[in-house]
Write a protein that binds this ligand. Structure first.
Ligand code: DHB
Length: 307
């Protein structure tokens, strides 16, 4: 079996869409749920619907992608309504991303009051709202957000983190998060900000923010592996980890799980390949495990050896 648990949820398969990919509309989320994905993450919701940044705001490259979407989404009520009427028995992770901590708190208060008791993911790392810094790089702001949230929120909560690059950052963030009954972290969000240039036209490939945006895909896999590993070595064992970043094969997922991921999410590769990717990833991971003589994910999870 390749099943895994996070909070009270069972993922029969350990692959889920990364927030923001194939998940803005009910039709897209249904396609994910009808595929071999283990569950679905919703597009990060704000209190009110947003149209997002001007287009082109997403581009694929040979080794990954760049985006500056700007949180286009249908608004929190739309996603709560989708969850309430969902017929499929797979976990749904409700992602929210305020454009301020105050908005995050208002959204979580609405979710606390709702009937929804599933996983919720607070995005602390959107790099694309013009003029707004990423909370995830401001440790005092993370601490204040966690204190405010856990003063009233009692349902299962995860946080989506930006990539960190200095070992001291893992120490500082883990020290904050370990003080709270957090259900999971999701690491990494896109690596912001990068710039992709078209030499032919001598211009940036996306329009918003002078072409700067979040980088995903194969470029970022070693950064995702490092972040999963570093947090697994520092977080309380009861805080689970969703590993995200550069997964396009079953082997990529195997490596993230070896570093400590409980399940993995797929962004750029899902955008490029569509929801059929989940059947391929399930079978590639299953075949690799058979080849290695592993029966379940816990046989190798977190067991990366030093060289
Ligand atoms: C967007 C991009 C992100 O990487 C993210 O975490 C949240 C939102 C966006 O631009 O919509």
């Amino acid at each position: 079996s390749i099943s895994a648990r996070i909070g009270n949820e069972t993922f029969e398969h350990p692959f889920v869409n990364a927030a923001g990919v194939f998940d803005e509309t009910k039709q897209e989320m249904n396609q994910i749920l009808n595929s071999e994905a283990g569950g679905v993450t919703t597009k990060s919701a704000t209190l009110k619907p947003r149209t997002g940044n001007s287009k082109p705001r997403y581009a694929n490259t040979e080794l990954g992608s760049i985006n500056s979407m700007g949180l286009p989404n249908q608004g929190l009520t739309y996603y709560l309504d989708y969850i309430e009427h969902n017929q499929i028995d797979k976990p749904i992770d409700l992602s929210i991303s305020g454009t301020s901590i105050g908005d995050d708190i208002a959204a979580l208060k609405a979710i606390q009051k709702s009937n929804f008791n599933g996983l919720c993911e607070l995005n602390l790392s959107c790099p694309n709202v013009v003029g707004k810094p990423q909370i995830g790089y401001d440790f005092a702001a993370i601490a204040a957000a966690m204190k405010a949230v856990f003063s009233f929120y009692t349902k299962p909560l995860g946080v989506k983190l930006p990539p960190y690059f200095d070992l001291q950052q893992y120490d500082a963030v883990s020290k904050i998060l370990n003080q709270y009954p957090l259900t999971y972290i999701n690491t990494i969000n896109s690596v912001g900000n990068g710039l992709v240039v078209d030499a032919d036209t001598e211009s940036a490939v996306i329009k918003p923010k002078g072409g700067f945006g979040g980088i995903g895909g194969t470029y970022v896999k070693p950064i995702a592996l490092a972040n999963v590993r570093a947090f697994r070595q520092r977080l309380n064992p009861d805080i689970k980890i969703i590993g995200t970043g550069g997964v396009s094969t079953g082997k990529d997922a195997f490596e993230l799980i070896l570093c400590g991921a409980d399940i993995v999410e797929v962004g750029t590769a899902l955008q490029k390949e569509g929801p059929e990717i989940f059947a391929r990833l399930d079978s590639e991971l299953t075949n690799l495990m058979i080849h290695k003589g592993y029966h379940q994910l816990s046989d190798f999870r977190g067991k990366l050896r030093d060289n």
